[in-house]
Design a protein around this ligand. Sequence first.
Ligand SMILES: CC(=O)N[C@@H](CCC[C@H](N)C(=O)O)C(=O)O
Length: 377
Amino acid sequence: MESFIQVRRDLHKIPEVGYQEFKTQQYLLNFIEKLPQDHLSIKKWETGIFVLVRGKGNSPRTLAYRTDIDGLPITEQTGLPFTSEHQGFMHACGHDFHMSIALGVLSTVANEPLHDNILFIFQPAEEGPGGAERMLHSQEMKEWMPDEIMGLHIAPEYQAGEIAVKKGLLFANTSELKITLTGKGGHAAYPHKTKDMIVAGAHLITQLQSIVSRSIDPLNSAVVTVGKLEAGTIGNIIAETAELNGTMRSLDPDVMETLKTRVKAICDGIALAFDCEVRVEFNQPYYMVYNDHQLTEDFMTFAENHQGIKCIECEKAMTGEDFGYFLKEIPGFMFWLGVGSEYGLHHSKLNPDEQAIEPAISFITDYLRSKNAVTKQ
Ligand SMILES: CC(=O)N[C@@H](CCC[C@H](N)C(=O)O)C(=O)O
C-alpha cells in the first residue's frame, strides 16, 4: 500500500493544466497497462482515460468511479522533497491524491472476480476549461454509460480517516468571468491625453464587490471573485488595456442570472464613466453538484459502519466541480475526503496528509464490494 503514496508523489511532481495532461496520462497508462488485462478495456479520451473493468455476473450493472487529473497554475511553496518539477504549476487541489486513490481501487478490483462492471473515469481539465461535460457526451461514455457514479474531493479541513458528505446540493453553480477594458495608452505625465485602464479597472473591481452585498438577498448566497488582473507594462506608461479574470458562484441558478445582469450593468457604467470599451464574457459554467438522496444516505450508512472511517454530515460549499454534469444525468454522489492540511485548497503550501490514502482505497473498495460489484466466493 506504501506504493500508492509513491504514486501520489510521482504524480505530484508533474502537474499539468487542463488538456495538457500528457505526462500524467502516460504515467496513468503505464500503471494501468501493468495490471491484469483479462477483464480490462482501456480507451484514451483527449488527455483523459476510460477504463472498464468488466464484470462476469448476469446482466451486470455499471458503477462509475471518477477522478480528475489536472493541476493548477500556482508556484509550489511546500518545500517538499517531491515538489513540483513543473515550474509555476502545482497539484494544489489534490488531484494527485484523487488519482492515486483511483489507481489503488482499480488495482484491487482488477484482481478480483467482479459481478458488475466498474468504469474508472480519469477526467482532464476539472479546474478549467471543463472535461466532465464533454466526456459525458463522448462516444466512449455512451458505450459504457454507468448506472451510478461516485467521486471524491480532498478536504484539508477534515482529518485523515474522516469523510464528509450531504444529500442534495453539495457544491455551487459557477461561471468564469473575463472582462477586457480597452482605452488609450500614453505618457504617464499626460494623463489627460489618455484613457487609463488601470484606473477604470480599479473602479470596476471595487464596484463588482457591491453586487453580493447590495443586489443579492442576504438570505441567498453568492460569490464574485476577481482572481487575476493584468494591466500595464511599466510605471511611466498609462495602460491602454486591462484584463480581469474571475469566477462567480451561486447556490441557485436564478441568483447566477442576477450576478450576470449586475456585472453587465456595472461594466456599461464603467464604459460610460471612463470613455472606454468594456467587453464581458461569461465562460465555462459548471453545473451544481447535487447528490442523489437515496444513494448518499446508503453511502453514509455504509461509512458510519466502516471501521476506521468517521462520517460527518457537512454543509454545502461554494466550491465548483464539473462532476455536477455527471450527476445531472447519472445518479450518484461526491464526498469530501479528510486530509488535514494547515493550508487549504488552491494554496501554494497545501500539504495533504498522505495517511489518508490507504484508508480511502480500502474504504472505497469495500463500498464497491458492498454494492455487489465483486462476486462473493
Ligand atoms: C474543487 C475546486 O476547487 N474546483 C474549482 C473548479 C472551478 C473552476 C471553474 N471553471 C471556475 O473557476 O469558475 C473551484 O474553483 O471551485
